[in-house]
Design a protein around this ligand. Structure first.
Ligand SMILES: Cc1cc2nc3c(=O)[nH]c(=O)nc-3n(C[C@H](O)[C@H](O)[C@H](O)COP(=O)(O)OP(=O)(O)OC[C@H]3O[C@@H](n4cnc5c(N)ncnc54)[C@H](O)[C@@H]3O)c2cc1C
Length: 533
């Protein structure tokens, strides 16, 4: 490590989009910062998740940085939903363009961060044994950066190759002629299954819970679309900041049951044909009214039945035990149609659970399947996973993981009481994973950078969320979630995919635009809810 044992204004953990922008922003303010990144390159999510079909589910024109006009002018996206290699190139481009890498230490994991109350500074220790000191720490560790450890019995016995979508080999994988088992049907699986099926001799998909998926209708961005975006970009970028999700999906204000059934049919179909998350905006109450939600669910079920030829397979692929849209919708290219292929079979492991991995493949309660390769697409320990894995110790020797034993508690998803000068980008209690994450990242990075500047101007040593403000915020986050249908799903939003994780709705569901205004009002009121020392 080139800059070992030094002192910084800020230590940033993670070199995904959040960490990169944070570094750039702080440098611009004349602050010293160092970034530690566990991976061997920039890009975070797009560095790790190189599985076939990996791509963004928000349009690339919107899922991209807006902070630099020059950057926007010089980068051109090839497709509406850019694939992972292009997103990684973009991250690399951003890093090079702003000369970020000289302050990023790669292949280095932060293991501990300890606040020293005497000096009001953090000591940050890496797995390389280095310790650096900083006034502030920014955890840009990602909301979906820690895969769940699904330990199937016998996994070490498997004689073929096991691939994890979140740690995909950089050189790619050729499945030609192979018998492949895919375990999981979340977003990563839904993106990769159609492409693996095209290569594999035979593919078996093991599904525990079906997901709702909508077509991307991906393709090149037409010149006139690009020209319009470029001409009106400033206006569009500004408008995005007031949307519920940090992206455009033309939200209707109409209530579902106030519209006629014929309207439902045409409106859902129109939005299905546009593709992506447009369908979420069909009616205003789909996320809060069970009866309205059933109309959307019925439309989705009918779509699955119309695409998948075998009615029994269509039935297994149709979600039945949670409301539509209460898990992040998947955006796919050819997912359902893949189950019409002769070389693809679907196994319902809710009905017949996997008992173990064997030397030759997978054994469920009812049958044994032989594979050359198994792909694990089993999800992430969302929002708290990366923070839990760092020994973060605040005032009084309190560990953040212990403070959060009953579920995460933050003020605005930005700070935690008892942990002064430590910020989380897109942390629990902020809109985060319910949004276009780049929009949320930019908003958080800019809020944190402004805050540090303000502190410096006042000559303040610390800023810290008060317990009162934190309690109030947690109550607000919980109340808003309780008014929605989200808690009815056993989703990763609820922590339900990780055994033993407290069941709590993790993000702020009140909408990005509303949240941003709250954050701005807090600042206008002199950082209300924060104690400054
Ligand atoms: C497969 C996949 C697809 C996604 N698709 C979309 C999408 O379509 N739209 C969308 O809005 N969002 C999507 N997301 C969410 C995505 O994570 C964000 O869009 C965004 O990339 C997050 O950037 P980040 O910098 O906050 O975190 P990440 O990109 O997750 O970067 C965090 C980095 O921190 C590093 N890190 C973590 N802990 C440590 C540690 N202790 N020490 C050192 N380094 C550490 C990690 O190695 C990682 O590189 C997707 C996520 C996944 C996993």
């Amino acid at each position: 490590m080139a800059q070992a044992n030094r002192s910084f204004d800020v230590v940033i953990v993670g070199a995904g989009f959040a960490g990169m922008y944070m570094l750039h922003k702080l440098r611009g303010q004349g602050m010293t910062a160092i970034v530690f990144e566990a991976g061997g390159g920039v890009g975070g999510t797009w560095f790790w998740n190189r599985y076939p079909g990996a791509r963004v589910d928000i349009r690339s024109l919107e899922y991209s940085f807006s902070f630099s006009e020059e950057l926007e002018n010089e980068w051109k996206w090839s497709e509406h939903y850019a694939p992972q290699p292009e997103l990684l190139r973009y991250a690399e481009h951003v890093a090079d363009r702003f000369d970020l890498k000289r302050d990023i230490v790669f292949n280095t994991r932060v293991e501990a961060a300890v606040f020293d109350e005497a000096s009001n500074r953090w000591s940050v220790t890496t797995d390389g044994g280095d310790t650096v000191s900083a006034q502030h720490v920014v955890m840009a560790t990602g909301s979906l950066s820690v895969p769940t450890n699904v330990d199937f019995a016998g996994i070490e016995d498997f004689g073929g190759t096991i691939y994890r979508t979140s740690q995909w080999p950089h050189e790619g994988v050729d499945f030609s002629g192979q018998r492949v088992g895919v375990i999981g049907t979340g977003s990563s699986a839904i993106q990769s299954i159609p492409l693996i099926a095209e290569q594999a001799a035979k593919m078996t998909v093991f599904q525990r819970t079906p997901n709702y998926s909508v077509p991307a209708h991906n393709g090149p961005i037409a010149e006139d679309v690009y020209a319009d975006w470029t001409a009106r970009r400033a206006e569009y970028r500004l408008a995005m900041k007031s949307t519920a999700g940090g992206f455009f999906n033309d939200p209707s204000e109409q209530l579902t049951l106030e519209a006629a059934p014929e309207h439902h049919a045409t409106e859902f179909e129109r939005r299905w044909q546009i593709g992506g998350f447009h369908i979420l905006g069909a009616y205003a109450d789909l996320g809060i009214d069970s009866e309205a939600n059933k109309v959307a669910a019925a439309f989705a079920a009918e779509k699955i039945r119309s695409i998948v030829k075998d009615p029994a397979v269509a039935d297994i692929l149709t979600p039945k035990d949670y409301p539509w849209g209460t898990k992040r919708l998947c955006v796919d290219s050819n997912y359902y149609a893949t189950f019409n292929r002769d070389n693809v079979e679907l196994v319902d492991i809710k009905a017949a659970p996997i008992e173990r991995i064997t030397a030759g493949g997978v054994k469920t309660r009812d049958a044994e399947y032989s594979f050359d390769a198994i792909v694990l697409a089993t999800g992430f320990d969302a929002m708290t996973g990366a923070l839990d894995r760092i020994a973060i110790t605040g005032r009084g020797g309190v560990r953040m993981k212990d403070r959060w034993a009953e579920g995460p508690r933050t003020y605005l998803g930005l700070m935690v009481s008892g942990f002064p000068n430590l910020f989380t980008v897109t942390g629990p209690g902020s809109p985060s994973v319910l949004t276009n994450m780049v929009t949320s990242i930019e908003q958080h990075v800019e809020w944190i950078a402004d805050c540090l500047l303000w502190l410096r101007g006042r000559g303040a040593a610390t800023i810290e969320a008060t317990l009162e403000a934190e309690n109030g915020w947690v109550d607000q986050v919980n109340e808003i979630a309780a008014g929605t249908l989200f808690p009815q799903a056993n989703s990763w939003y609820m922590g339900a995919n990780v055994p033993g994780k407290p069941r709590q709705f993790l993000p702020f569901a009140g909408g990005f635009g509303v949240y941003r205004e709250i954050c701005e009002e807090v600042v206008e009121r002199g950082y209300e809810g924060f104690a400054v020392g």
